[in-house]
Design a protein. Structure first.
Length: 518
């Protein structure tokens, strides 16, 4: 190592710079020397450059030690948090076991030391009188408490079920204890950061919508832009649509998400030639569609443990902005300025119809529950409604005068509509006769949202705030905020059942799982 040393001149040889230091412990001795000094009697002289190297190395070593110890301390905090969660879960299990035991004892028909139990103990030693008493008591129970007896017989089965559920919880608790130990072993994994699935169950007194989420994993992404994240029905797979990866011709990836572990399982290489903007899983299995800016839709099917291109749906003149599959799984709607409708015929997808009523271009679309209506939001600040009649989709209605372009649209319940605009306004419409009536408007923190029809929950990205919000949409009570997560989010996604969340910020994708009763 070459170092620039201070230019200090020797006191005895003023034209020569100091190049040696005396590290002796004697205070009276000279410390600074040059090469012309008398060095014969000095055994503690060291080159100035070597001393600089030594102290630099010492400083680096100390900093590395501090960093390692700090990392270990952070691990201990994570382990402590996990142990606290496990401890809380154990306390709940202990309480549940005691409550079940008390319930079974309280509702015994044959109680300790009563006449029936005495008979069971004596059995063949019973005399005629005792046998008659037994028959009378059993008859009395059946006659006087037949409903109760029948219910208790039913409950006895429920007790077995409850007990089995508690046994499963104990097994799960044991697995969590293993995970705490395994966490240190798995420290070298670069993708998986957290390994602890939900431990808490919802408290019985809470309302159904007041659910909680636990962060289970986080991944660092290579892509500069993420456009869509979609989960399959089982919530153990998700597909990610994005810009191109740096080192390969790939715009979409398949990831596995199980037991708190997130792992990439396939890059969909050499398929699309531009950004993948949207993804749509099929209804019945883990096949899915990818829509790209290259104007192509690819239908992917699984064979063994890999996905392959089953069909390329071409014919769109522009990039694919949105995909939606109806509930029966036989109509695929794709936005490419216009709406291109594909229908499944003999295991293949065929172009069926193009809807082009919009003067500019469509942005979003959705089918209603029975697949009889299709709604689309557009850049011309309008909402278009189509009805399926006589084998064709026909223009039915239009809702004008939206304050901004419509970035998200969905049917809620039967034919009520919820639209979210670019200015963060949410408009909610009631279906009335053959038209729609604006019921209320709400200002949201941002317009990037994700909606679960099954759960009727809307998760809204944080926008300029650091708070990701979850809303419950109900026909009678309207919309209300039920959860505020202190998490920054640029984009948000949720599974169909609303139990999984994916939150994107700063090229990191965080996963949250609903805290459920194991």
């Amino acid at each position: 190592m070459s170092l620039i040393t201070p230019k200090i001149f020797c006191q005895d040889h003023r034209d020569i710079t100091v190049s040696l230091l005396n590290l002796t412990t004697c205070y009276q001795e000279k410390i600074l020397y040059c090469y012309r000094c008398n060095l014969n009697q000095k055994s503690s002289l060291y080159c100035l450059e070597d001393i600089f190297c030594f102290v630099n190395s010492l400083k680096k070593s100390e900093q590395e030690s501090i960093a390692k110890i700090t990392q270990d301390k952070e691990k201990l905090v994570q382990i402590k948090n996990s142990i606290n969660q496990i401890s809380a879960y154990y306390n709940k299990l202990e309480k549940e076991h005691q409550e079940l035991l008390d319930l079974v004892i309280k509702n015994q028909i044959i109680k300790k030391n009563d006449q029936i139990e005495i008979f069971l103990q004596k059995q063949q030693l019973c005399d005629q009188k005792e046998l008659i008493q037994l028959a009378e008591q059993v008859s009395h129970i059946i006659k006087q408490n037949s409903d109760k007896l029948e219910l208790l017989e039913g409950k006895s089965i429920k007790y077995d079920d409850q007990h089995q559920q508690l046994r499963e919880k104990i097994k799960y608790l044991q697995e969590q204890l293993k995970n705490v130990n395994q966490y240190l072993i798995d420290d070298g994994q670069s993708i998986i950061f957290l390994k602890y699935p939900s431990l808490y169950k919802l408290q019985e007194q809470k309302k159904k919508q007041n659910f909680e989420f636990l962060k289970i994993a986080e991944i660092q992404l290579e892509q500069t832009k993420i456009y869509d994240v979609k989960f399959n029905k089982k919530n153990n797979l998700f597909v990610l649509g994005s810009s191109k990866l740096k080192d390969c011709n790939c715009y979409a990836q398949i990831w596995k998400c199980e037991k708190g572990l997130v792992q990439k399982i396939q890059d969909l290489n050499n398929s699309h030639s531009n950004d993948v903007k949207c993804i749509c899983f099929s209804i019945s299995d883990d096949s899915f569609f990818t829509g790209s800016q290259d104007s192509k839709i690819i239908y992917w099917k699984k064979e063994s443990s890999q996905w392959y291109k089953d069909q390329v749906l071409e014919g769109q003149s522009n990039g694919i902005m949105n995909l939606s599959l109806n509930n029966k799984g036989n109509f695929l709607a794709a936005i490419s300025i216009n709406i291109h409708l594909w229908t499944k015929q003999s295991q293949k997808w065929e172009k069926a119809q193009i809807l082009n009523e919009c003067r500019k271009y469509f942005l979003c679309l959705n089918f209603n529950n029975d697949d009889s209506y299709l709604v689309a939001g557009s850049s011309d600040c309008k909402i278009y409604i189509y009805k399926f009649q006589n084998g064709q989709w026909k223009f039915q209605n239009i809702i004008k005068d939206q304050s901004q372009e419509v970035n998200f649209i969905t049917f809620q319940n039967d034919l009520n509509l919820m639209g979210i605009l670019k200015d963060n306004n949410m408009n909610y419409y009631y279906s009335k006769n053959d038209g729609f009536e604006l019921k209320y408007t709400l200002q949201l923190p941002a317009h990037q949202v994700s909606y679960s029809k099954k759960r009727q929950t809307l998760i809204v990205s944080s926008g300029t705030t650091k708070e990701t919000s979850i809303y419950q949409i109900e026909e009678q009570e309207g919309i209300k905020k039920i959860k505020s997560m202190q998490v920054k989010s640029e984009q948000v996604y949720q599974s169909d059942d609303g139990s999984f969340l994916a939150i994107l910020a700063d090229q990191r994708l965080q996963f949250y799982q609903e805290l459920i009763d194991y």
